[in-house]
Design a protein around this ligand. Sequence first.
Ligand SMILES: [Zn+2]
Length: 158
Amino acid sequence: MPADSTPCPECGAAISGGREGCQAQMDALNARARSDVRYASTARLAFDTYCMQHPATYCVSAKSYAAHLMGLCCGVDFAGNPVIYTALQRWLNGSKALTKPPVPPERGSMTVRDVAAATTPQTYAQAVQHWAATVWADYQSQHALAHDWIAAALAADR
Ligand SMILES: [Zn+2]
């Protein structure tokens, strides 16, 4: 760990600049996905993963929490099925009485730092998949809830 590294308070990554430095790495990954199509296929999964690892920033409301939890679930358990992404977006646009579950204290053993270290589109995609899986595993207590919400979104879409 470099001497000037302060761990990000949300994901624990040792990154210069702490929470802000961590955000800068995610912003850089998003920018690369927008400018280089070879990195775009896992952009949605990477962002939902980052959001569920940083819920104090991205999951303040129950609706945003549900959006990223369902997004991560779709990315990991449903191979990023675009039909589900579309259905959940539409479902969340309506008025919903959702209750935000408690955030688990551990949220993945990998961080944006591990993913940013990948230097090719292939290794990057693999790293994102692995990163998403470790975060999703720590949300195990909410897997059933996420699947229920996705089922409701798909039912409403019919
Ligand atoms: Zn972080």
